[in-house]
Design a protein around this ligand. Structure first.
Ligand SMILES: [Mg+2]
Length: 294
């Protein structure tokens, strides 16, 4: 079977980049987008802010300590969605096989686009140019024969990167990389693997399948597939929504049970609203009826 050409595209520091786009006086400054108040968390930080050690999911209060001169801005989701639509519209000019991973990230299968638009590398260059020219933002691209490798590649030369991993060079590319570059290897798995003497993806690829399976169960089999470059997942244009949630960080801890119940109801209402918006509510109701026939 001929190999696939996958491009992973990932906007560079998307939320802060949109803020700079809308207010060019912020250019080159440490911009931190996130929840307001002392209990908020960082959603995204500009590269200038990252130099101070600021990163997403960090408490705002820590970010303020690390980067006292940072420009702290609230999340303007409606605006980011608006820009995201424009970005995806550019992606869709080159292939109908676009899989969104989040508001600012997507896989494109351009295997069939060569005759119309050129090599995957040429396509990625065109997309980068269009996103910059029409929208004013930079996007990093990774090109590889699989989703896993394309995603790792797009991250390597950020911002404004373009990394190509040709078919036949995948092993060479993966082997020296640290294991945490793999999807699903967090702190805990990394420590467990290090105890087995595994530091790089190459080390991991040499472990027997049975060992990984007995140590890590299903997750171990996933690791075996990923490290062994056996990721054959297709770019999925329709994704099944697996979970819908809503979260809020309160300014102060809530300890009173009645208040907790009220807050919980409010959160559940938000989740229900999201589900209705996504048209998931019917399926949910149908499932409920199966389990609770009464
Ligand atoms: Mg991004």
């Amino acid at each position: 079977m001929p190999h696939k050409d996958i491009i992973h595209l990932d906007m560079d520091a998307f939320y802060p980049a949109v803020e700079v786009l809308d207010d060019p006086s912020l250019e080159g400054k440490p911009v931190i987008v996130g929840g307001q108040g002392d209990r908020g968390v960082v959603s995204s930080a500009s590269y200038e802010a990252r130099k101070f050690g600021v990163h997403s999911a960090q408490p705002i209060i820590t970010a303020r300590r690390l980067c006292p001169d940072g420009i702290f801005l609230p999340v303007r989701m409606a605006r980011y969605v608006e820009i995201s639509k424009k970005v995806f519209e550019v992606f869709c000019r080159f292939t109908p096989l676009v899989e969104p991973l989040s508001i600012d990230e997507a896989f494109l299968d351009v295997t069939g686009s060569r005759r119309l638009f050129g090599s995957p590398q040429e396509i990625a260059k065109k997309i980068k140019k269009l996103v910059k020219g029409e929208i004013g933002l930079t996007v990093s691209a990774g090109i590889a024969p699989s989703k896993l490798v394309a995603k790792i590649a797009s991250d390597l030369e950020k911002p404004d990167g373009l990394t190509v991993v040709p078919h036949g060079k995948v092993r060479e590319f993966l082997d020296p990389l640290p294991i945490e570059k793999l999807w699903g290897v967090g702190k805990v798995t990394r420590k467990d693997l290090e105890l087995l003497g595994v530091r790089t993806i190459g080390d991991l690829s040499r472990l027997p399948r049975e060992l990984l399976k007995s140590k890590f169960g299903k997750h171990g089999l996933h690791l075996y597939t990923m490290a062994g470059d056996m990721d054959e997942r297709d770019v999925e244009t329709r994704r099944e929504v697996k979970s819908i949630g809503h979260e809020v960080t309160y300014a102060k801890d809530i300890v009173d049970l009645e208040t907790v119940k009220k807050k919980l109801l409010a959160l559940a209402t938000q989740v229900a609203r999201r589900m209705r918006r996504k048209g998931e509510v019917q399926r949910f109701c149908a499932d409920n009826q199966v389990h609770n026939p009464a």
